[in-house]
Structures are given as structure tokens and as C-alpha cells.
Ligand binder design. Sequence first.
Ligand code: FE2
Length: 227
Amino acid sequence: MKRSEINAYITEAIELFNSISFKLPLFAYWTPEDWATKGVEADEIRDNALGWDITDYAEGRYSEIGLLLFTIRNGNYHRREIYPKGYAEKIMIVKENQICPMHYHWKKREDIINRGGGNLVLELYEADAEEGLSENDFHISVDGIKKDCRSGETVILVPGESICLEPFIYHKFYGEPGKGSVIVGEVSGVNDDENDNRFLKPLKRFPKIIEDEEPLHYLCNEYPSAK
Ligand SMILES: [Fe+2]
């Protein structure tokens, strides 16, 4: 992805979050110049990869397969003695027909929440013993209501609705066409992108970036070390 695209998507995301009065923490707006002044007091942001995260899964087709995320809070399985927090929260932008590809988590249980905008479509399967798509039916919980779910069933969340995705439940999601971009929340156990994402088709989690202009804001894996 080009840095100019990343800058534009972050600017657009801020407008969308503002459109539903979802307020980001102040570090969302820190510039590279601001980061140059930050010491060890900001280590929790660096160490737990809080902040902006945009990916096209290194496929080069962001509008078809991609996701914009802002991690608001997170724990850290590898440094529990410093960061014992057992939970995480994200806010994301999912565009119409923009796919977050089929994956599950071994550890993370996540509630995916439609915070506003369009409708969110999720396609769901249970994982089988070989980490493929099972044909078994299973149960889901939509805002506390237990429901039967057929293998491969599509669930649509309208603004305000949420679904609890248990570990080992494969999920893929995208914005319903014709309904606009969706502002999607995630409340979950600790997020560990390096070790807890099983993609059905192997994919890289982070994009390759072409530096064609200066970053407005660093991505969560780009922060400079403390001064
Ligand atoms: Fe997930």
C-alpha cells in the first residue's frame, strides 16, 4: 500500500468515527513530531501495538480485501507481569464488499459489534480437526440470544447488534453492498496478531508500504523507541 493511501484512509476513518460521535483516545492524533517527544510513559502503546492498523493482507487490493483498525486497549500474553490486562478493544472500518478474510482464533473470544453506518455481513463455520471448514452446525449468541447456525450461514448485524465469536469459529465479514461503510467495534480477550490468527488461506497480516509521502500518523508497528 502507498503511504498516501494509508493517510487518506485514516483521515476518512476519523470522519466516519466522528459521524457517530465515537471519540478516539488522544494518541490517535499524535503526529511523528509528537512521537519524537514521547518517553517510556508511552511504552504501553508501543509494547501492545495500540493505535492505527491498516492492512490489505499484502494482496494489493484494499477495497476488496482489507481492514482498517484502531486498537484502543490490549493486554500482552508475552509480558503478563507488566501488562496483566486480560481484554482488548478495537474500532474498525469495514467498507461495502470489503472482505476481512476467513479466519479463526485459537485463544481469543471476540464480540463483533455494529457501532453504526451500514450493515455487517458475517459468514460463519466451525473449524474441523484439520483446521478446515466443518460441515457441522453450531450455536451463536447475538446480543445474548442463543441461535442455531448452519455451517456457512450468513448473519447480518444492523447498527447496534453484536455477535459473540467463540474460539475455533471461522469468520469472514464485509459491509453489505448498498448500505455504506460500517463502523465495527470489537471487545475481546487479549489480541495476539502474531500467534492467534488462523487464516483459511495463508495471508500476511501486515501490508508492504511504499513511502510516497510523509505519514500523518504512525501505524501501530512503526512507533520509535522511547527517548
Ligand atoms: Fe477475528
